[in-house]
Every structure is written in structure tokens, then in C-alpha cells.
Design a protein around this ligand. Structure first.
Ligand code: HEC
Ligand SMILES: [Cu+2]
Length: 417
């Protein structure tokens, strides 16, 4: 039976549309490909570990792409070459059927093995390379202990001892030396989390009752986005963190500042402390292109913004700060948060000794400015579903924070540089 001619035409048109569609798709991917420079891209790397992972990705892609083209090509060739063209074709006897061709079969097996070897060699090399700091660099490696909490990260610095207060501990912004391997020991206090900094390294799980680790290195100073990559409950999707890589000197200065106890602002100090003017607008979450420019008008890079954040605010109000410090006790914040040198002694929440110098709050979710910090303190549940500050603090103890109280608390927290 012959196909009605309109159907044949339709099939022809369908083929043309398919071809055009594929072309568009390829073009689209290509455009997208050029835009794959977002802050959590794995296609733009900033260190040797991420680079070797990207290399494995490319090798696998190329090998499978070549296989796809060969197999697809043969299939397309056979389809078009041997298709029925006339009514007689359709009723013709099928061509003689073969059973096995040793040459073809052995070559295909050989080619498959070769393709697998081609993928396996760089993959195994990368597995060994990324597993731990290379032997010859072990001495030079800086060690960090990272612990996952629902839903934030704690970072301890075992080589930075503080008299009478254990080791240096911070949260959600991991500051590391650039150009130097960093070994991160991975632990978790509750469920499984996963530590992932796409441009530097990833991902390795933080598993209960089991030590895990990874290493990474930032070749240049920079500001990097990280994220928990293993589903861990309500706020998993917003369990983020940052990595700030600094050149040796700047890193050492940071460590010295960070080891110091919390700043206390007296009236005299309040007016004398100066801070470089920051001109940036608050950003919209997930705003595209944010990595390149903190604020397109101001041209302040995220790293420079972080640097500016290290200095005390320009106009500090000592009385308001003192009021905030009082409230920090009255509202039971001290039960969960440590502020070394002040009253805070809790360990179930992030260390806030130098919270004023961080660029983000709520585990990398909000910008650490007055508006967002007040929002977090007043309505933590609206910002971060199920977070423990609310569910194990505010809710059972009936804590509410008024706008005035938030203003004082923000002044206090932002004085903690
Ligand atoms: C029940 C314990 C608890 C209490 C009480 C508590 N917090 Fe928290 N706080 C947490 C936890 C846990 C987090 C981390 C939440 C998250 O990111 O999921 C947190 C996060 C924060 C952060 C962000 C820190 C960062 O690095 O991202 C700030 C600031 C903060 N709390 C301030 C306060 C203030 C001010 C109070 C008192 C009004 C307070 N907290 C009371 C447990 C508590
Ligand atoms: Cu997590």
C-alpha cells in the first residue's frame, strides 16, 4: 500500500522541522554554554581539584559524543539507504540475514574496551589526585575542620589555638589562604550533608559517625559560592556558604583579627572608628551576574566588599550597641551563640564573635546588611523554613523581637567586627 502523498509530504516537513529544531537546540546550547559563568558553575574553575574534575567531564563528553555520532550516523545511513521507496519495495523479500560476523563483533568489542580505557585512565588519575593533598605538598597544606549542621556550616581552624577558648571557630564563611592546598575534614553533627564549592572542588558527603575529607586550592584570592549538595531537610536548598581565599599576608591578618575576642565599643571608640564608604545596593537573591559585579554601578567585587566589611561601621552608636548587648542576653540569644569575650556561650548556633565582618547571614542566604539582618532576627522562619533558631528557640520560648529591639541587636551584631 502506498502512503497518500500528503502524508509523505508531511513526513518530509516533519524531518525538516526536526532538523531545524536540532540546529536551534545546538545553537541554544552554545549560547547557554557561553553564559555558563554563574557563581556556582563547574565549567569555570579556580583551582587544580575542580580543574581535574572538569577534565574528566570533558573527556567523558567527547568520547560519548563520538560514539553517539558514529552510532547515530550508521543508523541514519541504514534508515535512509534501505528504506522502502516503491510499493514493490514494501512487499519485497527481506535481504539475506546474516548471523554474526566475527570481524565486526571483535572490532566492536575492541572499540568499546578502548573507549572505556580512554575514559578510565583520566578518571582514575583524577580520583587519586582529588582524594587527598599530593604527598609532596602535604607539609604545606592548611587544615580546616568543617561540620555540617541543619542548616549551616561550622568551620574550625585546628592550627589556630586561642588561649582558654580552644581553637578558632567561625561559620558559613570559610576564609582560606590562596595558592596553598587546604585539607577540609568533613564531619556532621546531625544528618548527611555534602560540602560543595563548584569552582574549587566537590562534592564530598559529611556522614554521621564517619570521618570524611576533601582538599581544594584556590589559585588566586577570590570569593566563591558553596552549597550543601545532599538533601538534609527543610532548608537544604538554602544551606549555603562562601569561601574567601586571601593572599598569605592578608590571610594572616584575618586570622589575627579573628582570634581576638569580640569588640567592645565604648563611646570614645565609637566616634573614632572609621570605615571606607561603601556604595552598594542590596542585591536580589540569585541575581544573574552577581559574581562579576557586586553592584554594577559601584564596581565593587564581592571580595572587595568582603574586605570593606572587615572595618567598623562609620557611625556607631555606643548607647544603642550597649542596649543590643543587653537584649542579646535578655532574648536568650546567648544560649545558642558564642560571642567570645562577651556573654554569649552557646554552641548550637553559629559563632557570632565577628559576625559584623561577614558578608552573609543565615548560612549564605542573605546579605549581611542592617535591613536583612533585622529581617532575619525578627522573622527567621519566614526566611528559612524549619530553622533551629526558630523551632528550638523562638517558638518554644515565645520570643518575639520588635523593630526597636531589632535595631539595637543589629547595631550590636554589626559592631562585632
Ligand atoms: C535555640 C538556639 C538559638 C537562639 C535562642 C538564637 N539563635 Fe541565632 N541561630 C541559631 C541557629 C541554629 C542558627 C543557624 C540557622 C541557619 O542558618 O539555619 C542561627 C543563626 C543566627 C545568625 C546568622 C549567623 C550566620 O553566620 O549565618 C544570627 C545573626 C543570629 N542567629 C542571631 C541571633 C540573635 C540576635 C538571637 C536572639 C534574639 C538568636 N540568634 C537566638 C540558633 C539560635
Ligand atoms: Cu545540608
Amino acid at each position: 500500500m502506498r502512503l497518500p502523498s500528503f502524508l509523505t509530504k508531511l513526513a518530509g516537513a516533519g524531518q525538516a522541522a526536526l532538523a531545524a529544531g536540532s540546529l536551534l537546540l545546538v545553537a541554544g546550547c552554545k549560547l547557554n554554554f557561553w553564559r555558563m559563568d554563574g557563581h556556582q558553575t563547574t565549567m569555570v574553575t579556580s583551582g587544580p581539584v575542580a580543574e581535574s574534575q572538569l577534565h574528566v567531564f570533558y573527556v567523558t563528553c567527547w568520547v560519548t559524543l563520538i560514539i553517539f555520532v558514529i552510532v547515530g550516523g550508521v543508523l541514519a545511513y541504514a534508515t535512509f539507504k534501505f528504506k522502502a521507496r516503491t510499493a514493490a519495495d514494501e512487499h519485497a523479500e527481506p535481504p539475506p540475514q546474516g548471523h554474526g560476523n566475527p570481524l565486526v563483533e571483535f572490532s566492536l568489542i575492541g572499540a568499546s574496551v578502548l573507549a572505556l580505557v580512554f575514559i578510565a585512565v583520566p578518571t582514575l588519575k583524577a580520583i587519586w589526585f582529588t582524594y587527598d593533598v599530593p604527598e609532596e605538598q602535604k607539609e604545606n597544606a592548611y587544615v580546616i575542620n568543617a561540620t555540617g549542621y541543619q542548616w549551616w556550616f561550622k568551620f574550625d581552624y585546628p592550627s589556630e589555638q586561642i588561649d582558654g577558648a580552644g581553637v578558632l571557630s567561625t561559620a558559613n564563611e570559610l576564609v582560606i589562604p590562596a595558592g596553598r592546598p587546604v585539607r577540609v575534614n568533613l564531619r556532621t553533627i546531625d544528618v548527611i550533608h555534602s560540602f560543595w564549592v563548584p569552582k574549587l572542588a566537590g562534592k564530598v558527603d559529611m556522614i554521621p559517625n564517619r570521618g570524611n575529607h576533601l582538599w581544594l586550592q584556590a589559585d588566586e584570592p577570590g570569593y566563591f559560592w558553596g552549597q550543601c549538595a545532599e538533601y538534609c531537610g527543610d532548608s537544604h536548598a538554602v544551606m549555603r556558604f562562601r569561601v574567601i581565599a586571601l593572599a598569605e599576608d592578608e590571610f594572616n591578618e584575618w586570622v589575627a583579627r579573628e582570634k581576638a575576642p569580640a569588640r567592645s565599643v565604648t563611646a570614645a571608640e565609637a566616634s573614632s572608628s572609621a570605615k571606607p564608604a561603601i556604595t552598594f545596593a542590596s542585591f536580589k537573591r540569585n541575581e544573574y551576574g552577581f559574581t562579576d559585579k557586586w553592584n554594577p554601578g559601584a564596581e565593587v567585587s564581592p571580595l572587595d566588599h568582603w574586605r570593606q566589611q572587615q572595618f567598623p561601621e562609620k557611625d556607631e552608636n555606643a548607647a544603642l550597641i550597649a542596649e543590643g548587648r543587653q537584649l542579646f542576653q535578655a532574648k536568650t540569644c546567648i544560649a545558642c551563640h558564642t560571642v567570645r569575650g562577651h556573654e554569649g556561650m552557646g554552641i548550637t548556633g553559629p559563632d557570632l564573635t565577628h559576625i559584623g565582618s561577614r558578608t552573609t547571614i543565615a548560612a549564605g542566604l542573605l546579605e549581611n546588611n542592617a535591613e536583612q539582618l533585622a529581617r532575619w532576627i525578627m522573622h527567621p522562619l519566614d526566611v528559612k523554613p524549619g530553622n533551629k533558631m526558630y523551632t528550638t528557640g523562638y517558638e518554644p520560648n515565645g520570643i518575639t523581637i520588635s523593630t526597636d529591639e531589632a535595631t539595637a541587636l543589629v547595631a550590636y551584631l554589626h559592631s562585632l567586627k
